[in-house]
Design a protein around this ligand. Structure first.
Ligand code: AP5
Length: 220
């Protein structure tokens, strides 16, 4: 199914944005852009962006707005963004949201649809402490789903625990979310763009409800 529209996934750390983004971008036929994945790749490659971002990320703080806005603005100029983008982890401050609104308007794109994935704090902490990520394909897994496997079930790559999933970083990320990202719910609600979905339950069922909330054809 192809649907040329931009979608923003909002949600606290561990809400399942990355997990859902992989499914929804495929179903909607639009490009998945995760600012977290871009930054982690830059850290792994030791680029100037990665070297400047790493300390912020490891302690659970946000990378400065001007860095992120420049990065996403440049990425949106590329041809593969023309048919729509699913933003995962961006925007996460009001200045980022305002910048994105401006850039999309300059490009003549429609208002994005915004999907907020809602999960309680106790469950967020539980999920983040048990997450494993693949170094090769960036696949996301829970320890339960891996049931003892030590390599990526999709590509056989090495699984690792993100540095920012340590308990102190998780606590800081949740504080940062409440202070800097949660206000975006009001920003997008005021623009009539916000849909909310319950993020606890089976992954496929959440994706089905999310597609219906986005008004995607064939969601049911
Ligand atoms: P980022 O990578 O965006 O991290 P995040 O927002 O903290 O979100 P997470 O990736 O931790 O969680 P998620 O919601 O994607 O959940 P997931 O699907 O993995 O950002 C990392 C850092 O980069 C930031 O802290 C910041 O420093 C920097 N950064 C990134 N973007 C930035 C920006 N725009 N501005 C400034 N700085 C920025 O799922 C979590 C776990 O739960 C997994 O184990 C998964 O298998 C499991 N799970 C998923 N769904 C379910 C379910 N339904 N039931 C049970 N388990 C589930």
């Amino acid at each position: 199914m192809s649907q040329a529209a931009d979608v923003i996934l909002l949600g606290a750390p561990g809400a399942g944005k990355g997990t859902q983004a992989k499914l929804l971008s495929q179903e909607l036929g639009i490009l998945h852009i995760s600012t977290g994945d871009i930054l982690r790749a830059a850290v792994a490659a030791g680029t100037p962006l990665g070297r400047s971002a790493q300390a912020y990320m490891d302690r659970g703080d946000l990378v400065p707005d001007e860095v992120i806005v420049g990065l996403v603005g440049d990425r949106l100029q590329e041809a593969d963004c023309a048919d729509g983008v699913l933003f995962d982890g961006f925007p996460r401050t009001l200045p980022q949201a305002e910048a994105l609104t401006r850039v999309l308007a300059e490009q003549g794109r429609a208002e994005p649809k915004v999907l907020a994935i809602e999960v309680g704090e106790e469950e967020l902490v539980r999920r983040l402490s048990g997450r494993r990520t693949c170094r090769t394909c960036a696949g996301i897994f829970s320890l339960e789903a891996l049931s003892g496997a030590t390599a990526c079930p999709k590509c056989g790559g090495e699984l690792y625990q993100r540095a920012d999933d340590a308990a102190e970083s998780v606590a800081q990320r949740l504080r940062v979310y409440a202070a800097q990202t949660a206000p975006l719910l009001d920003y997008y609600a005021a623009r009539g763009a916000l849909r909310r979905v319950e993020g606890q339950g089976a992954v496929d069922e959440i994706a089905r409800v999310a597609l219906a909330a986005l008004g995607a054809q064939g969601a049911d």
